[in-house]
Design a protein. Sequence first.
Length: 215
Amino acid sequence: METVVINGTPRTELGKKATRALRKAGNIPCNLYGGKETLNFYAPVAEFRKLIYTPDFRLAEINLNGNKYTAFVKEQQFEPIKDTMLHLDFQEMVDTVKVKVSVPLKLTGTPKGIILGGKLEQSFRKLTLLALPKDIPAEIVVDVTDMGLGDVKRIKDLEYAGVKFLHTAANPFARVMVPRSAKEEVAPTAAAAAPAATPAAAAPAAAAKKDDKKK
């Protein structure tokens, strides 16, 4: 798993005026939670780019007050119009404490159903899980080569040691959709396969109609 080094400077002033001054100077105010105490710091915006602007799950190694803290981004705040970074909250990784994180879901291989005209549909781009820091995977990788037309893979099919997925077990995350042409071919075939009424079966029905007319 890739780690991005952040060289932070402790924040001595926490008011709105001080925060605006930090941003104006090209810095991002941050909080670090999860340890013995909450730490407030800042760092130049450029140091966060590889950590924020990526689809990958990456850790941060925060150098602060001569100490190093391994953490991940818990929350991000951006300016709604300009989309500039405003604030970051980090959660420290403690070896004995499980944390909730979201990691990318990557499907590999070409489903055999694609050859028959099917289309692979992926329901999730990221999965949320609960695990100890040592058990957190950089990404969830699933081979979908064996999937035929109409096949579905669900959360309950995932097996990662030490990882609990925080999604409903029956939720599908990958499906090979059956093409419309294949559905249209199945309907006439099913109709042709339906058994026709035999003369013996038709006779009682005809007799019943005659009786109704007499009445």
